[in-house]
Design a protein around this ligand. Sequence first.
Ligand SMILES: [Zn+2]
Length: 332
Amino acid sequence: MKKALSFVLCFVLLLSLTVPAFAKTAETGSFGAYEHVIILGVDGAGRFFNEVDTPNFDRIFKNGAVDHTARTEMITVSAQNWGSILGGVSYLRHGLTNSVAESKERSSSVKYPTIFKYAREAFPEAELAAFANWSAITVGIVENDLNVKKVQISDDELLTDAICEYFNAGNAPKLFFGHFDSVDHEGHRHGSKAPEYLSQIAIVDGYIGRIYDTLAENGLLENSLFIVVSDHGQTISGGHGGLTMRETNTVVAATGKTVIPGGSFDKNTRNRDVSAIALYALGIERPDYMSSRIPANLFADTAGEKRNVKYDLVDTILSGISWIITLCTAWI
Ligand SMILES: [Zn+2]
């Protein structure tokens, strides 16, 4: 009898200690706080959302965190950056180039896979999806052996229709990546000061708004972390690949229930940090090798992390040198 009583007392004591602890985590923690992470990538938009009237971006991120001057990879080319944004390592590690990504089907057995691999491992039955304008995303960046639903349509408006249809059909992916390419096309043709380029950003702003509203209509917003990110900007004359500020500054924006309203990330934010942010939101431990991090001034409950430079030391050194070059081109 005495033994039984002490067992019950122990159980009650244990319960009183653990229940508040769990309740606190559930209320305030960002790690694993989200059912869905929705990432929309705008190829070639760089920092220029900030120079256009974008009513949808503004209303979506009114209570979110926005940084228009996050940094890209040193080589401001698309595959190098999308590979890092989705892979959490520098381009020196993942080794993706446009020609490789366009032509070579990627499998998850590569050394530095995308976050889709970790999402698949954590959630074997979950819906995962990538809808892209550029075929390199669906062929050579997001892996082909992870049962990720992939759709490739070379027209941003039709792509938006397909994305909205997908959500309206009741799909609720854990991880979703959408990729627009029309802004980059206008940037190549006209350069980053041209009205054609800037007005294309406004058009894509409308597509982002449509997708956001579709998520809301389908009850997905409440438990989603919604992110907009770009891979690189454009020079004044059009094109990219170099180190000018116009090419290496880029937008990263996030909104969700644990994001600081009016947050601004921190000065060390890079577009590759989207990998860390997405894994964290879904409650997936980040692999040690990643040099992607949770920036400060993003989640209400997390201070900024230090970047793990150990595994990307060469990139760290070259990034430092390239930043000096970038600063010298700030006025271009
Ligand atoms: Zn690009």
